[in-house]
Design a protein around this ligand. Structure first.
Ligand code: CA
Length: 224
């Protein structure tokens, strides 16, 4: 899952980026309104955290422009503590949720997780494949008998994206766009390597290759 964070307070932006990265998201940080507006209009994000008070272009104008262009990405706005009027305007402009400053990073993480769940309503709260459950907090797989299987950061992000889009044909380009942030070297061939590794963990039929198109996540009994 890839997030865009638009926040001009440099210290807060870096702190939130570090926290969200630690939670297993690929995060792009934009420090002003024009950069944020551009990234949000051109890169495929799974959710956006948008501060409203921004230099060069206010958050509300950014949000209105995205919605006018048909961009339906889930957006959580950050507002001033007593900014009830701002929150109303933000929700009317198409925000999906809001958080008043100051806030605890834990609450932001929980709200982003809820936004992403709502954006993929077919999915249950728990992500499962065969007898495995994906533990999003610990970023590992847990078996029915509570044994854990560790995942690397990239394996975790890729598997979570697959699990949120079962049955869909996902191209290597789309997968790499959602698994890596803007600054990462995005070699979509690397996705093949990770898919092979996930098949070893989850069973050969868990991810089907559609030649020339990409992959389809099936889910199946785990190998072994
Ligand atoms: Ca601000």
């Amino acid at each position: 899952m890839r997030l865009l964070l638009v926040e001009d307070d440099a210290a807060l932006g870096e702190r939130l980026r570090a926290r969200l990265t630690q939670e297993g998201y690929a995060v792009d940080l934009a420090a002003d309104g024009l950069d944020g507006a551009h990234l949000g209009a051109t890169e495929p994000y799974d959710a956006v955290i948008l501060d409203l008070g921004l230099p060069r272009k206010p958050g509300l104008a950014i949000l209105r422009d995205w919605r006018a262009l048909g961009n339906t990405v889930p957006v959580l706005i950050l507002t001033a503590r007593d900014g009830w009027a701002e929150r109303v305007e933000g929700l009317q402009a198409g925000a999906d949720d809001y958080l008043g400053k100051p806030f605890h990073a834990e609450e932001l993480v929980a709200r982003i997780q809820a936004l992403l769940r709502r954006a993929a309503p077919a999915q249950a709260t728990e992500l499962r494949i065969g007898t495995w459950r994906l533990d999003e907090a610990r970023q590992c797989l847990v078996s029915a008998s509570d044994a854990t299987q560790a995942l690397t950061g990239t394996e975790f992000r890729l598997l979570r994206y697959f699990m949120r889009h079962p049955g869909e044909v996902l191209s290597k380009t789309r997968l790499s766009e959602h698994v890596y942030d803007y600054d990462s070297e995005r070699d979509s061939n690397v996705i093949e390597v990770y898919v092979r590794r996930l098949r070893t963990l989850l069973g050969p039929d868990s991810i089907e290759t559609r030649r020339g198109q990409g992959y389809v996540f099936k889910g199946s009994s785990p190998a072994g």
